[in-house]
Design a protein around this ligand. Sequence first.
Ligand SMILES: C[S@@+](CC[C@H](N)C(=O)[O-])C[C@H]1O[C@@H](n2cnc3c(N)ncnc32)[C@H](O)[C@@H]1O
Length: 218
Amino acid sequence: MRFDIITIFPSIFKSYLKESLIRRALEKGSIEVNIHNLRKWADDKHGSVDDKPFGGENGMVMMAEPISRAVKNIRKGEDSMVILFTPRGKKFNQQKATEFSNYKQIIMICGRYEGVDERVAKYVANENISIGNYVLMGGELPAMVVLETASRLVPNVIGKESFLKNRKVGESFIEYPQYTRPEKIEIEGKERKVPNILLSGNHKEIKKWRDKKGKIIR
Ligand SMILES: C[S@@+](CC[C@H](N)C(=O)[O-])C[C@H]1O[C@@H](n2cnc3c(N)ncnc32)[C@H](O)[C@@H]1O
């Protein structure tokens, strides 16, 4: 699976891609990630990619043409999904991550400033995605969120396939409380223990407990 991220701040991704499971997935070749500086597709030698908004107002808006050119150059074929990040978009969730993980190529457009010329949302992107009801400074964190959630679902990225299956409930997933050693600890003068069932070694009962305590997230 291949991810292409279009941004005016390519360095933001440097350390992120060098750590943990994402780094390993890249090394193993389970995923490929390409970071593209949008300024490469600018019209002028200054690399301008934004302009004043029509109708007035403060701030700058990212122009549609450099983005459209970038996508045209980066897109590899039919089996690709072009995502524009915007707080006006469809809310991202695990179902969307699953859907995205089935594409061969995911192209992500990171907005900045006051946002992106609406013609990108309408005529360039296949999906407009918001990661939540709040306004970030740019689309780079949303791109990491999509990259991480979708690549987790790619075979061999997080190791055990059974782990993914066990947590799946239809298109949703289950999250249950987790504990680790030591069995007993003291927090603010009070003893806090791990639930006995998790120490019992009875896997059938442990599964029942996890199903009961688990929260299904849709
Ligand atoms: C300061 S925001 C722009 C806010 C602008 N008023 C708008 O509605 O798009 C700059 C960029 O950050 C990204 N962004 C901000 N909040 C986001 C969110 N909740 N989900 C996805 N992308 C977001 C988008 O790419 C957006 O173009």
